[in-house]
Design a protein around this ligand. Sequence first.
Ligand code: AMP
Length: 451
Amino acid sequence: MLENINEKCAVVGIFGHKEASKLAYFSLHALQHRGQEAAGISSSDGHKLRIIKDRGLVMRVFDGTKLSTLSGSSAIGHTRYSTAGDDSILDAQPVFARYDLGEMAIVHNGNLTNATEIRDALIKKGAIFQTFMDTENLIHLIAKSEKEHLLDRIIDAVNRIEGAFSLVFLSRTKMFAMRDRHGFRPLSLGRLKNGGYVVASETCAFDLIAAEFIRDIEPGELLVFEEGKAPQSIKVFEPTPKRCIFEYVYFSRPDSVVFGQSVYQTRKNMGIELAKIAPIEADIVIPVPDGGVPAAIGYSQASGIPYEVGIMRNHYIGRTFIEPTQEMRDLKVKMKLSPMTEIIKGKVVIVIDDSIVRGTTSRRIVRMLKEAGAKEVHMRVSSPPTTDPCFYGVDTPDKDKLIAANMSVDEICKYIEADSLAYLDEASLLRSVNATEDNYCTACFTGKYII
Ligand code: AMP
């Protein structure tokens, strides 16, 4: 069972700072929204790699004492998100291994599409796997490569894998960062105040540790970090960008700059576009917090309908998807969101969310708003219907559980008990993210898979 193991995650790497593991910790904290199931950091002092990883939030896994044992001037870190699959601690990252060239640790965001094939071939040849993670394939491919240097072995290994990968490797003296040729998942490069470097899934990590954004690592590019040298760039693959549009829709934090654009601004654009294609008279526009906030602001500004906070979110629980069973998910929606009765009562309400996946959240929200006295509830979604699962690193359920794969918009509207329902269309979504060419992956909305 390989699916759903190495899903939406965050990766970070710090190179050339005497408090590397602490900076990795703070960076992971800023990236916590990308995965709440497990966290880990591996550091190197030039002679030896150390690693700590465990289930739970970054703040739970680490404390001052633990961080002080992760000594050295380079460190890589990971937060993990997965749904079903194995919740064993073995499946947390970094993945660590000893091999003929020494020690190495790897963190990975994305999904390898040929993982099962490679694993089966390796097992046939006698390899023993400890985890269900596709990332473990890389360890074996690197260990088995006949090249003399780690750099060449990494290039060998990434030539065997397919799919989505933003990777950071740590050896005793070097760090390597790489994005797949399509650049599905983000990975940015920044400069630390002391002159060291940081790579991270999102730039919100740089803001927290006061690092300066330099640029994105390019699709197909490998960066090599070595003491006393500027990072060396190697073009491993000819880039054919297919950036994940869902990073803008839902996944990234609004204060990040992802694929060169402010996430907040692209989400606000989606709301503006939505107001154009799906207008309706109403008293107020309210967001489903937090995902719907920028789009609701855009919708309100474009339509002139006042923006209000109509739903409060309890921040002391994780994301709704965290629990694998339907029963737990239902309960979590109720725990998480509550209505502002005095704002809602007697009003015609437009409620904006970034996406409808299974429909559980929207149905619960519409009911909740009606119970709070809303006269009418009009649901507006700032992305197209989610009709197809993602194989490149965003956690989505199987097609049979995606409501838009199985019902028409009218049927969904009835199911969620809304007075009307409208989605953004693909063209408006692409306009919102300023797509000038066919360089975004929209498979979750269109079923157009490129691998
Ligand atoms: P659902 O109840 O399944 O329709 O979930 C929809 C809600 O989940 C929306 O409020 C989205 O903001 C959020 N959401 C969308 N995609 C994901 C995802 N991949 N992981 C977790 N939450 C998501």
